[in-house]
Ligand binder design. Structure first.
Ligand code: AMP
Length: 390
C-alpha cells in the first residue's frame, strides 16, 4: 500500500462534520458582515513569500514546499493566504478598500504533531486599502463573534510592535542581549539568533524561558504615533467590553507586520488564530502603498477542541425493487425533501438496520409503501404529506 504523505490528513466522518460546521460558522459570521470570499491559487512563485514573509523567516527558510515546474519556474505550495490577496488587490482593486475572506489549504514543512500539520486549513479575513482604527476593531470583534459562535473559551492577547524601523532597533538590542546569554539558550533558539532573533521570543522550551523573561521588551522601542494608536485601540476595546490581555512578547514571525499584533489562545495554550496590521506589505512587494489588517485561524486546531454530534437523516428510504425505490426518489426530489438511502439494494433488514443506526426519524419502505416513525414506533401508509408536514 502506498503510504499517505506525512503531516497530511483525511478528514472524514465526525471530523468532516466538524470541518463543515466550522466552515459554516466562519462564513455565517464573516460573509454576513461585509467580507467577500476570495479564492487565490495554491501555487505561487517563491518570490512572493520570500519578499513578503521574509527570506530569513522560518516559513521561507525551512518550511516551504518549493519545486521547479516543467517550465523551469520556481514555485511553492502557498504557506499562507495574505500575500496572494494583497497581490490580487494591487492588480485589480488598487483604488478601493475591500474586506476579503478566505478559507483553504496551506502547506508548511513542519514537524508534524497534534495541532501542527504539513497540510492544514486556514480561514481568515483581510481588510486592504485605506484603513483606520475601525478596520482593526472590526477584525478583532468579528473574530470574537466567530469563536463565540463555536462556543469556544479563549483569551485575546494583543501587542504593538511599532513601525518596521522600531522593530529593527529592537531586534538589534535583543540580539545583543541574547548573544551575551547564548550559552543558556536551547540549540533551537541559538540557531535563530543570527537571522531570526525575534522568533526566539516564541520559544516554549523551558531552557529559554528564563533568558526570555529578562529580555528587553518591545514596548520601550515603540514610536509615539504607534503608541498612541495602541492606546486608542485599548480604550476602544475596553469601552466595548472586549476583554484582552497585553503580551509584550507577541511579535509574530512574519516580517510584514507593524503596529498591532494579536492572537486568540485557548485555555490549554493552543493558538487558535492570530493576525495584525501590515501597512508596508504592498511596498515591500513593490506593488503599491496601501494598508492591510487581517487574521487567520487554524481550522484543524478549532476542530480538535469542539464537540459535535453526527447529524441524523430525518428520512431514510429502503427497498429491494429498483423501479419502486427509484420512483420514490423522484417523488421526494420533486417535493424538495432531504433523504438518505442505502448505497445499494442489499437485504431489506440490513437497510433497516442502517437507517436505525444512523438515527433516522422516518423510514420509508418502497416495497411496502409505508412510512415508519422510529421515534414513536408507528407505521402509516405512504403519503408524501407526512414527510412534508414534519
Ligand atoms: P500564522 O499564519 O502562522 O500566523 O498562523 C495562523 C494560524 O494558523 C495559527 O494561529 C494556527 O492556528 C494555524 N496554523 C499555523 N501553522 C499551522 C500548522 N502547521 N498546522 C496547523 N495549524 C497551523
Amino acid at each position: 500500500m502506498i503510504e499517505q504523505v506525512k503531516g497530511t490528513q483525511n478528514i472524514y466522518q465526525n471530523d468532516s462534520e466538524k470541518y463543515l460546521h466550522v466552515r459554516k460558522c466562519f462564513f455565517d459570521v464573516f460573509n454576513k458582515s461585509g467580507y467577500s470570499y476570495i479564492q487565490t491559487p495554491h501555487l505561487e512563485h517563491s518570490e512572493l513569500f520570500e519578499k513578503s514573509i521574509g527570506e530569513n523567516s522560518e516559513i521561507v527558510s525551512k518550511q516551504m514546499y518549493q519545486f521547479n515546474d516543467k517550465g523551469g519556474r520556481t514555485l511553492v505550495l502557498r504557506p499562507e493566504g495574505t500575500s496572494s490577496i494583497v497581490r490580487y488587490h494591487a492588480q485589480n482593486q488598487k483604488e478601493l478598500t475591500n474586506q476579503y475572506s478566505y478559507f483553504g489549504q496551506m502547506f508548511r514543512y513542519e514537524n508534524p504533531q497534534k495541532n501542527r500539520y504539513r497540510e492544514f486549513t486556514q480561514g481568515g479575513v483581510e481588510i486592504i486599502g485605506n484603513l483606520d482604527a475601525f478596520s482593526d476593531f472590526q477584525v478583532i470583534n468579528d473574530s470574537i463573534r466567530f469563536l463565540n459562535s463555536l462556543n469556544l473559551t479563549f483569551t485575546l492577547e494583543i501587542n504593538t510592535i511599532g513601525s518596521i524601523d522600531d522593530r529593527e532597533l529592537y531586534s538589534k538590542e535583543l540580539y545583543t542581549y541574547f548573544k551575551t546569554h547564548e550559552n543558556d539558550l536551547s540549540d533551537e533558539s541559538r540557531e535563530k539568533l543570527d537571522l531570526n532573533t525575534l522568533r526566539i521570543l516564541d520559544s516554549n522550551n523551558s531552557l529559554d524561558s528564563n533568558v526570555i523573561k529578562h529580555a528587553p521588551v518591545i514596548s520601550n522601542f515603540i514610536n509615539d504615533i504607534s503608541s498612541q494608536k495602541y492606546e486608542s485601540l485599548k480604550s476602544l476595546l475596553n469601552n466595548s467590553n472586549i476583554k484582552f490581555k497585553e503580551n509584550t512578547r507577541l511579535v509574530r514571525g512574519l516580517d510584514y507586520y507593524n503596529d498591532l499584533t494579536f492572537e486568540f489562545i485557548n485555555n490549554d495554550g493552543v493558538v487558535l488564530g492570530g493576525g495584525g496590521r501590515y501597512d508596508r506589505l504592498a511596498e515591500i512587494l513593490n506593488i503599491g502603498t496601501f494598508n492591510g489588517v487581517g487574521v487567520a485561524f487554524g481550522i484543524e486546531r478549532i476542530m480538535n477542541i469542539i464537540d459535535i454530534k453526527n447529524k441524523s437523516p430525518k428520512v431514510y428510504i429502503i427497498g429491494t425493487d429498483i423501479d419502486k425505490i427509484a420512483q420514490l426518489c423522484i417523488l421526494l426530489d420533486k417535493n424538495d425533501i432531504d433523504y438518505s438511502k442505502p448505497p445499494r439494494l442489499s437485504k431489506i433488514n440490513s437497510q433497516f438496520k442502517s437507517a436505525k443506526n444512523l438515527g433516522a426519524k422516518y423510514v420509508v419502505n418502497a416495497d411496502e409503501d409505508t412510512i415508519k416513525d422510529l421515534e414513536n414506533n408507528t407505521s402509516v401508509e405512504f403519503n408524501v404529506e407526512v414527510l412534508i408536514e414534519n
